[in-house]
Ligand binder design. Structure first.
Ligand SMILES: [Zn+2]
Length: 332
């Protein structure tokens, strides 16, 4: 997550009743990109994952076209939507007999993240790596095991119980308040962080500040101008209301990066996160119609469907299904 830190996976379970609240939980925000208050309605969404009642609204900025949630759930209330069922925050071994399959899937996600970053940076014992929205920290633990890197993680939620964070310099709170030194990191990663962020440009500026001169920033977010959005519309899993504050398409993601003093090294029309997840949950959300997805019941059909769609998923990187990744560095 993100500002909030959804790193490991973007999947919430059922939410506590307290999360469903009156409209005073909401606040109106101007455009994150250009500050304009002019906007038009874009799409309404429900909490398709958690099933919490309510409709959440996304608008499009009339000036720059950025799609964002407005009004949004106020920051002091959003943590209720990231409860212990949130998949990225789940402790290991609570999936019963399906634990091995689940762990394999989570491990594969970290393998894919590692594969992406390893194409652009050579990691070693001297490498300083920061994962923003690190969740339970399995990606950082993998980099420590394989390359011996020095790892720092930030997450909105206190996840210090997680064994994989044992050797990580973990900072709980907002990224821009984490007290990180200037020019400290060779690699900064944001796996499904920025679309949850309450101030994405400030986070990008912070990432730029903490990067070494030749350091790299890797950002993965859902892609609004993707096939799965066309197919699923207001049930598109990438809306993930109310946790997702911003919906980036290719253009707005690249603009945000450049506006923050970063230059694009490469843009990828896919991510480490499996597009199949969006195919499965998008289909389920259409059927469930806002009733929420029971993760424990969905997990068997999930793995069966994955087996069936395996041949098609071999071409996932060419199909612009759901994700996007941008690799960038400091300008100048
Ligand atoms: Zn704007």
């Amino acid at each position: 997550m993100t500002l909030l830190g959804a790193g490991a996976s973007d999947w919430a379970g059922h939410l506590p009743a307290a999360a469903a609240g009156p409209s005073t939980l909401f606040e109106t925000v101007p455009c994150y990109m250009c500050g304009s208050a002019d906007r038009e309605h874009f799409i309404s969404a429900q909490d398709d994952l958690g099933g919490t009642p309510g409709t959440f609204r996304f608008v499009k900025c009339s000036r720059c076209g950025l799609a964002y949630q407005n009004p949004r759930v106020a920051l002091e209330h959003i943590s209720a939507y990231y409860d212990d069922h949130y998949i990225a925050h789940r402790k290991k071994r609570d999936w019963g007999v399906l634990t091995p399959l689940f762990e394999r899937a989570m491990n594969k996600l970290d393998v894919e993240k590692d594969a992406i970053v390893s194409r652009y940076v050579s990691l070693g014992r001297d490498s300083q790596v920061l994962d923003v929205g690190c969740a339970v920290g399995t990606f950082l633990a993998r980099l420590q095991d394989r390359y011996g890197v020095q790892a720092t993680g930030v997450d909105f939620k206190d996840l210090t119980f997680a064994p994989s964070l044992r050797n990580v310099d973990f900072r709980c709170g907002l990224f821009y308040d984490a007290g990180l030194d200037d020019a400290a990191f060779d690699l900064v990663t944001m796996w499904h962080f920025l679309e949850h962020d309450y101030d994405p440009l400030r986070s990008l500026a912070t990432a730029r500040r903490v990067l070494k001169r030749d350091g790299l920033l890797v950002i993965e977010v859902p892609r609004l101008d993707s096939r799965t959005f066309k197919w699923f519309g207001d049930r598109w899993p990438g809306l993930q209301a109310p946790q997702h504050t911003v919906l980036f398409d290719r253009d707005s993601l690249l603009r945000a990066v450049r506006k923050s003093g970063l230059e694009v090294v490469e843009y990828l029309p896919y991510g480490a996160f499996p597009a199949y997840f969006y195919l499965f949950t998008g289909t389920a959300f259409r059927i469930l119609n806002g009733r929420g997805l029971d993760l424990n019941r969905a997990i068997v059909p999930y793995f069966l469907g994955q087996l069936l769609t395996l041949p098609a998923m071999l071409f996932e990187r060419r199909l612009n299904l759901a994700m996007q990744t941008v690799v960038c560095r400091r300008t100048g």
